[in-house]
Structures are given as C-alpha cells and as structure tokens.
Design a protein around this ligand. Structure first.
Ligand code: MG
Length: 114
C-alpha cells in the first residue's frame, strides 16, 4: 500500500500491524516504552535544531511522528481491542475530552481530570 492510499485510521492500523513483531507476554510494556522512545526521538530532533546543530528538516520530524504513530496504533489496538477502529476510538475520546474542557473554560491548567 502506497503512502497516498492511507485514507483512514483503520487502513493505517491494518498496514502497521502487518509489520508488528514483539513478545505477546510483554506487549503493553514493549509498546508503551516504544511510544515514549519515539516521542523522545521527535523531541531530540527539535532539540538539536534549537542547539544549532542543523537546519530544520521537517521530513525527519514527519518520519519520527510516523514512528510515534506506529506505536500509538499498536498500543491502541491492544487496549481498545473491542473497537473496530482503536485509533479512531482514541482520537474520538480525545476530541470529546478537549471539547468538554473548552466548553468549561478548562483548556489551560494541569491535571488529567480537568
Ligand atoms: Mg524513530
């Protein structure tokens, strides 16, 4: 499947899962650590730009965001296994939470349960 053929979270998740190789008995740990690691790679690329090591390369950041997405997709699949589209479920719940916070004027601030 070509990049331009990814039209939905479900398409992406199906393609991503074809490349998934990790131990089933440690899947949540493996995927959560991988997600944090790839998010760290995004941050590190941006950090090096701030330090002046290199010019900003947006394609490198896009590629790292893709790595984040892979782990996000696989972890979503694991924790929302009853959903037809776990990534869409995660996205929908996030938007619902943010809209609720916005309606209550609680976008700023801290805490998971604002
Ligand atoms: Mg990476």
């Amino acid at each position: 499947m070509e990049e331009s053929q990814i039209k939905s979270f479900s398409d992406y998740a199906a393609e991503a899962h074809k490349t998934a190789i990790y131990p089933e008995d440690k899947a949540i740990e493996y995927l959560a650590l991988g997600l944090a690691g790839e998010a760290g790679e995004v941050a590190n690329k941006v950090k090096k730009i701030i330090r002046g090591d290199k010019e900003i390369n947006l394609e490198e950041i896009i590629d790292e965001l893709g790595d984040v997405m892979w782990y996000l997709s696989e972890l979503s699949r694991l924790v929302a296994k009853n959903s037809d589209s776990p990534l869409a479920l995660v996205a929908s719940r996030n938007i619902r939470k943010l809209r609720d916070r916005a309606e209550r004027g609680m976008i700023k601030g801290t805490g998971d349960n604002r």
